[in-house]
Design a protein. Structure first.
Length: 134
């Protein structure tokens, strides 16, 4: 993931736009789309925001040091909503069993979580937060 300044905010993404088409040597664009999640003022520094996208996918959106991140809202260990968890830097703690994930990579950091949580690239359009959904 890379961070870059865009309209005064730091945006974290893997650049899943036209660059993806050539990533595997093909000319076809990969399936997926940018989905509007929420606005920047709906996401605080100290707590994640739960967003249900139009297709029913629930994600958690985070703001850390002015940068935005998005993960699946469901803990991979159980039926917990990560948006109800505690954020400490780039780490989200599951509210059920205190397992943790890195919100930048999705990597499970502490037991009982062993499977990574899905992460979604983020970009801004004005004050709107968009996430790339495959």
């Amino acid at each position: 993931m890379t961070g870059r300044a865009e309209r005064g905010w730091i945006v974290n993404s893997i650049s899943p736009t036209a660059d993806i088409a050539g990533a595997a040597g093909g000319s076809e664009a990969q399936p997926g789309r940018w989905a509007a999640a929420c606005t920047t003022d709906e996401v605080g520094e100290d707590f994640p925001t739960r967003v249900e996208l139009e297709d029913g996918l629930a994600i958690a959106v985070y703001r850390v040091d002015g940068a935005f991140y998005a993960t699946n809202d469901r803990c991979t260990h159980g039926e917990a909503s990560l948006s109800d968890g505690l954020v400490d830097g780039h780490v989200i703690e599951c509210p059920f069993h205190s397992g943790t994930f890195d919100i930048r990579t999705g990597k499970a950091l502490t037991f009982p979580c062993t499977e990574p949580v899905a992460v979604y690239p983020v970009r801004l359009e004005g004050d709107r937060i968009l996430v790339w959904i495959d």
